[in-house]
Design a protein around this ligand. Structure first.
Ligand code: GRF
Length: 203
């Protein structure tokens, strides 16, 4: 328990986009005694997140569809980097069963709406914020949830809200929600990882 360096949980971030959440997570855990980002996994060779990982000195792993869905090769990579937790930060592919089973309650996703509304296949990025606007919602906000084998259906860990005004464009809603994501995803990730440690000590 006193040897915090050995006890550090290694996080893999799965991301395919610009990586602004991934950057916040890398910054948050840079000097943390609790956890560190040990790997970034992406399915896009030109994803902005890869450059960010490089700047932080974090190794990266590219994946493709056949490898991800028809083999379990990624498990070997995660083992090699001693990954104990996965954060999905802008990762659009459905997580296969072998990964969910290997990381029970150890995969968190962030979704840019108040689930269970505006979730599921095809509900990502601007589609979400446009749907929120079209429905005339008066509030939105990110949801952080555990990942199971369905899109956006795992147990919800955290939600927070911002107001949506009739004059807000979808871009404006996106901006407000993303600001909340940046503020809360790293701290909720840390809290879940800390709770996991407590659970392990008790069992
Ligand atoms: C975020 O809005 C997140 O909720 C969703 O994908 C987006 C990723 O943005 N899952 P970024 O790549 O972190 O900037």
């Amino acid at each position: 328990m006193n040897d915090s360096s050995n006890a550090k949980v290694k996080i893999a971030i799965f991301a395919s986009g610009g990586g602004s959440n991934a950057r916040k997570i890398m910054e948050h855990f840079k000097d943390s005694p609790v956890a560190q980002v040990g790997l970034v996994v992406s399915n896009k060779a030109n994803a902005g997140v890869l450059g960010i990982a490089e700047a932080f000195g974090i190794p990266t792993q590219l994946i493709d569809r056949p490898g991800f869905y028809q083999t379990e090769d990624l498990l070997e990579v995660l083992k090699k980097y001693q990954i104990g937790f996965i954060a999905l930060a802008g990762f659009l592919w459905l997580v296969p069963g072998y990964l969910v089973r290997e990381f029970p309650k150890r995969i968190l996703n962030i979704h840019p709406a108040l689930l269970p509304k505006y979730g599921g296949k095809g509900m990502y990025g601007h589609h979400v914020h446009e749907a929120v606007k079209a429905a005339g919602e008066t509030e939105s906000g990110p949801t952080i949830h555990f990942v199971d084998e369905q899109y956006d259906e795992g147990d919800i860990v955290f939600q927070t809200r911002c107001s949506v005004h009739p004059e807000d464009t979808a871009d404006e809603i996106a901006r407000k929600v993303l600001a909340l994501e940046h503020r809360y995803f790293p701290v909720i990730l840390e809290k879940v990882i800390r709770d996991l440690g407590k659970g392990n000590l008790e069992s």
